[in-house]
Design a protein around this ligand. Structure first.
Ligand code: ATP
Length: 353
């Protein structure tokens, strides 16, 4: 049985439908990340699951039970918010134990759970402090601790790391992931950051304009994006897209062409106009097998690798190459394209071919 099920769930605000019928199943213990550009409906979807927003139609089930019309407190979900939502006048310990005290959990049990949570989250030295005397990362840990002690069926995270600096974000995402693994609690996590989505999720749900574009494991999204939108959203630096024509076993960009792999040739053989996709990391120093030449306009050495930006005809292209590779601005650069890593999208629909 699926742990969480959205069945034809919609949401409208007034006359505006922000979530068209949505179907989504999440398994017990899974870490699922909803990702997409601002305004695509991730938070609304999460809030409907939490019960903080009502669905306009359709049903939501948790553990087989229809919770569509249930109050947030009756859904056994604990949510961690972007702004932490801590009580400023309460100590760390009081913040963490608040919900348990309201629900009249036994005192000894409260002590046991809070002690487990603070040691798990490294908060022991801070239990008597007020939130204002904590760093952003520590506050976020308190917010997580508060969710943890409720021992919910489901953790919900709404962009919990957005207010932290880049270094702390990387640390906290590992911590959250490890914690979720250890507890085995189903988690649904919202972010607009594709790196966060890729590194934390068992499965990623890529959304655009309320529509689920693809639900897959991170590596599948990277290797086999369902359409050009997903391909452009996943991966950093982003995938290159070039208008091209496919025919006679090759893909042509103006005066240049590359040979298709036998598999691609048999699948898309004579498709005509396509969008050719290749990630910057799938260029190699030319060994003259599938070489693409382009005009080099910018070189960005980043230490571990170098980015070479340029143009093929009037189309922009970026390659990530070995830092020892020498490319001169203003000159022509020739690099091999790893054709086993090429993607092809229909020029009109953007769907993967
Ligand atoms: P972000 O990453 O910016 O938080 P999001 O993907 O989480 O975006 P939502 O917050 O779910 O997006 O919003 C989805 C759409 O619904 C947006 O167009 C937003 O303007 C609209 N919306 C959200 N809440 C309301 C509301 N209470 N009333 C009217 N429109 C709303």
């Amino acid at each position: 049985m699926q742990h969480i099920e959205f069945n034809q769930v919609t949401k409208s605000f007034g006359a505006v439908e922000v979530i068209p019928p949505l179907d989504l199943s999440i398994q017990n213990g899974e870490f699922v990340v909803l990702v997409g550009p601002s305004g695509c409906g991730k938070t609304t979807t999460l809030r409907m699951l939490a019960g903080l927003e009502s669905a306009s139609s359709g049903s939501i089930r948790i553990n087989g039970e229809d919770v569509t019309d249930k109050a947030p407190g009756d859904r056994d979900c604990a949510m961690v918010f972007q702004n932490y939502a801590l009580y400023p006048h309460m100590s760390v310990k009081d913040n963490i134990t608040y919900a348990m005290r309201v629900h009249k959990v036994e005192k000894a049990e409260i002590e046991r759970r809070v002690s487990d949570a603070v040691s798990m989250l490294g908060l022991k030295p801070y239990v008597d402090r007020k939130p204002r005397n904590l760093s952003g990362g520590q506050r976020q840990r308190v917010a997580i601790g508060r969710a943890l002690v409720r021992q919910p069926q489901v953790f919900l995270f709404d962009e919990p790391l957005s207010n932290l600096d880049a270094k702390l974000r990387v640390e906290m995402r590992t911590e959250i992931k490890l914690l979720q693994r250890k507890l085995g609690t189903t988690a649904v996590y919202v972010t607009h950051d594709q790196v966060e989505a890729m590194t934390m999720a068992d499965r990623v749900v890529v959304m655009r304009s309320g529509i689920v574009e693809q639900v897959d494991k991170p590596v599948e999204l990277y290797d086999r994006p369902a359409n050009q939108f997903v391909a452009s959203f996943i991966g950093s630096p982003g995938m290159n897209f070039l208008k091209a024509t496919v025919g006679n076993g090759s893909v042509r960009f103006g005066s240049q062409h590359l040979n298709l792999t036998p598999e691609d040739a048999s699948r898309i053989g004579e498709h005509g106009e396509v969008i050719f996709g290749i990630r910057p990391e799938h260029f190699r120093q030319a060994s003259h097998t599938s070489e693409l030449s382009f005009h080099c306009s910018v070189v960005e050495p980043l230490g571990a690798h170098t980015l070479v930006l340029g143009t093929v005809g009037d189309q922009k292209i970026m390659a990530q190459v070995d830092p020892r590779f020498e490319a001169d601005v203003g000159n022509t650069v020739s690099l091999d394209v790893d054709m086993t890593q090429a993607h092809y999208f229909d020029a009109t629909s953007g769907q993967r071919l």
